[in-house]
Design a protein around this ligand. Structure first.
Ligand SMILES: Nc1ncnc2c1ncn2[C@@H]1O[C@H](COP(=O)(O)OP(=O)(O)O)[C@@H](O)[C@H]1O
Ligand SMILES: [Mg+2]
Length: 305
């Protein structure tokens, strides 16, 4: 039986970890806003009541570890990573006094004033927003427009994770974190890593694999790419940094910009770019890869040829 106190926040402290390639990473540990604990409306342990009720929920059938109890409490265990567009926090959601525990990654998209818009232009371009007040607000980057853009990112990623999670459940050929819930700009999903220690799984870029493991990871990657192509989508930002490896299993993350390769006139290019990004990494580790052949096959599977 897992005892929820056995992996409390103390085990998380004092470790410095670097989580990203491209960003100056600032990792903060410890509780957030301890002063709020005085509030009588807050639970006796944890930082807040579970926000499950009132959130949008992920696809069913839900994994049995998803905590749906009203009495569950959320405890912030610290920041996993801060990035240009979103911060990712580790949250434990548990029913006090029981072994009903889940570990969640809470990805909080920044509002417009605190993030960079490098992905927004391409994304908004192919996006039809009917209500023109909203379209104008987004293109003028008013406060309302910025909030809407962040909300669309989290909603897009929540939708993409749900869709791929369902495909993965049926085919077992693609693996993504289960999207637990969405509230506004905050997406909470399955934490990929050690639930006891709170240690996140390594990203592919950090993995040292022997030739057999490398070949197996590449096979998993091509299987996943194939499933995506047949679903007529491209990840859109696939890289060794947006792929984690957990217990030998390849897990794709960071999917807000998922591309519909039929609707998008450059769909084929997005597929090719995803393939090249990961193929380069595998090749640099010594694997022989024919990426042009793979791209051609994926285009065919997506119905583009
Ligand atoms: N579900 C998860 N489980 C564990 N760690 C995660 C999870 N999602 C994100 N992370 C961590 O946060 C980092 C940033 O997440 P990502 O979705 O790639 O956002 P960004 O847009 O900042 O690149 C990841 O590289 C990983 O280290
Ligand atoms: Mg990323």
């Amino acid at each position: 039986m897992r005892e929820h106190d056995s992996y409390g926040s103390t085990t998380m402290r004092g470790k410095r970890r670097k989580f990203d390639d491209d960003d100056p990473t600032f990792v903060k540990r410890g509780r957030i806003e301890p002063a709020l604990k005085e509030d009588p409306d807050l639970p006796e342990e944890g930082d807040r009541w579970s926000t499950w009720d009132g959130a949008l929920h992920g696809p069913e059938p839900r994994p049995d570890w998803v905590r749906t109890e009203y009495g569950a409490v959320d405890t912030e265990l610290g920041m996993l990573k801060t990035g240009k567009e979103a911060d990712v926090f580790l949250v434990r959601r548990a029913v006090p006094g029981t072994d009903k525990i889940s570990m969640l990654a809470a990805k909080r998209y920044r509002d417009g004033d605190h993030r960079m818009f490098h992905r927004d232009a391409g994304y908004l371009e192919g996006r039809r927003v009917r209500r023109s007040r909203e379209m104008r607000a987004m293109s003028n980057r008013t406060a309302f427009g910025k909030e809407m853009i962040s909300g669309q990112w989290s909603a897009a990623e929540f939708g993409a994770l749900g869709r791929l999670w369902e495909i993965g459940r049926e085919s077992d050929l693609v693996c993504v974190p289960y999207p637990v819930q969405l509230i506004g700009t905050e997406l909470m999903m399955e934490f990929i890593g050690d639930w006891e220690t709170g240690e996140a799984a390594p990203r592919l870029a950090q993995v040292r694999a022997d030739p057999d493991q490398l070949a197996d990871l590449w096979r998993q990657m091509t299987d996943a790419l194939s499933v995506l192509a047949r679903a007529q989508v491209a990840h859109g930002d696939l890289s060794p940094y947006n792929t984690m490896v957990h217990n030998g299993r390849l897990v794709m993350i960071d999917l807000p910009q998922i591309v519909d390769v039929i609707a998008n006139p450059r769909g084929g290019e997005f597929i090719a770019r995803d393939v090249r990004n990961v193929a380069n990494w595998f090749r640099s580790r010594g694997l022989t890869i024919d990426e042009d052949e793979l791209i051609e096959r994926l285009h065919f599977e997506a119905g583009l040829r």
